[in-house]
Structures are given as C-alpha cells and as structure tokens.
Write a protein that binds this ligand. Structure first.
Ligand code: ZN
Length: 245
C-alpha cells in the first residue's frame, strides 16, 4: 500500500496541480488530505473539487473551519482573517456543507491522520517544539505506528523509540522506519510552504517498505500570485509564495 499525503493546500490550484502531476508516476493506492484545503489562496472551490474527486479521507483544518464560521477568526492574524472572510464569500453551499462535516481525525490501520496535533485536535496546537511533539506521541492511540499531520507548513519526520523513551527529529527527507519506533510526520504544505523552500511539499508513505518520504515539486508561483492579487487578497499572501515564508 502506497499513500500519497497532502496537507495545507490553501486554495493554491497551481501548487495542487503540480503535486497531483508529480504523484501520477508514484503508483499511489490511496490519497489522504490533512486539511486547510482553503484559506489564503485564490482558488478555494477548484481545490475543493479536486480533493473531493481524489479521496474520501479528508481531515478538517483550522482554516477550513474559519471559512465556514466554525472557528472564530479573532485568533487569526489580520491577513489570515481577511483571507478567511474572502473565502467565506466564494464558497458554494455544497462546499460549506462539505467542510462542516470533515472529521478531526481518521485512523486507517496503523496510520493516524490529524491536521494539527493528536493531543486535543480542535485546539490546533503547533508542533513547533519537541515538547509539543512528545505530547503528540503520548496522545496517539495504541497500535498507531505513523501519525501524519500538517498545520505548521514546515515538513519534518519525528521518531520516538519506544524502548529507549527517546524522541528526535530525523535529519532527512527520506526515512526507512525502524521496528520498535513510532513516527510523527509533518508532511509540509502544498500551497504555502514556510520552511524557506517555495516548492510545494507532499509525502509518500510506502507501508510495505516502511518508507517515509517528503518530496518537493516546483509549480507556477507567478500564476498563483497573479490570481491572489486579482482577487483583491492581501499582497503579502502573494509575495510570501516566492520565498516559501
Ligand atoms: Zn495551514
């Protein structure tokens, strides 16, 4: 079984198209989407259509909830709040209903999917410290060996060695899983990377080979930027795509 895992598309159709194109040659059996399909980018409905046609395994993100009024945008920075209000106006009634019904988590065998953190998913914690990552590992259901998530827009693989009671970030984008270890994989962001690399990020998980891979693909940033500006969204949201920040 090979999973193709996408997160934080954020209405960026150009980035999503590039990722789906790259995944065409990957012999993917099943796709997962870890939330934040909308928010920031200029193509929320187009991205929703593509994701719903791709998979039924889709998790709710905080921006999906903000766009339908399920999350108070008072917690958002002014640019994110403006994008959430704009997105709210664009969504179709069917799109709103779809986003409202997304679950916070899904389990597929030993694989667990969540948007932000397995520890209290609706609190949308950012796994930006090792303490938060350890808290995430502790919250995983028994039997789960791999948890995939997004939310920070910075990809990374974290390993918890059960016998040694030790947790570390794996210093590689490709990792062959060790027995007796559990993993939290931040798959990064398709539509708005923030790790300094502007290329779209996604993950391929080969269960049989125990192989976790974070991959990158270039996309048409200029077109995505032009559409953000044409929509009247904050210029910063276009500008940051060029820098991956
Ligand atoms: Zn996001």
């Amino acid at each position: 079984m090979r999973f193709g895992i996408l997160s934080d598309i954020h209405g960026n159709l150009e980035a999503l198209d590039a990722v789906l194109g790259a995944l065409e040659g990957e012999r993917i059996d099943r796709y997962l989407c870890l939330g934040d399909i909308v928010g920031y980018g200029a193509s929320p409905n187009e991205c929703l259509d593509l994701v719903t046609g791709l998979t039924t395994v889709v998790i709710a993100g905080n921006h999906d909830h903000a766009a339908i009024g399920k999350l108070d945008i008072a917690t958002f920075n002014p640019f994110a709040a403006e994008a959430a209000r704009w997105t709210r106006r664009q969504l179709t009634p069917a799109g709103r209903r779809y986003l409202a019904e997304l679950p916070y988590t899904r389990r597929i065998g030993d694989l667990y999917a969540v948007h932000a953190s397995p520890a209290d998913p609706p609190a949308w914690h950012y796994l930006t410290s090792l303490g938060r990552v350890i808290e995430g590992f502790e919250a995983l259901p028994a039997g789960v060996t791999v948890c995939v998530l997004g939310h920070t827009h910075s990809p990374g693989i974290f390993e918890s060695r059960i016998a040694e009671d030790r947790c570390r970030e794996v210093p590689a984008q490709v990792h062959v899983m060790a027995l007796e270890s559990r993993y939290i994989v931040n798959v990064g962001s398709v539509g708005q990377p923030r790790d300094g690399d502007p290329r779209a990020a996604y993950c391929v998980f080969d269960v049989g080979e125990g192989r976790l891979e974070i991959k990158r693909v270039s996309y048409d940033v200029e077109t995505a930027q032009r559409k953000i500006r044409a929509a009247g969204l904050p210029d910063l949201l276009a500008e940051r795509l060029a820098h991956g920040r």
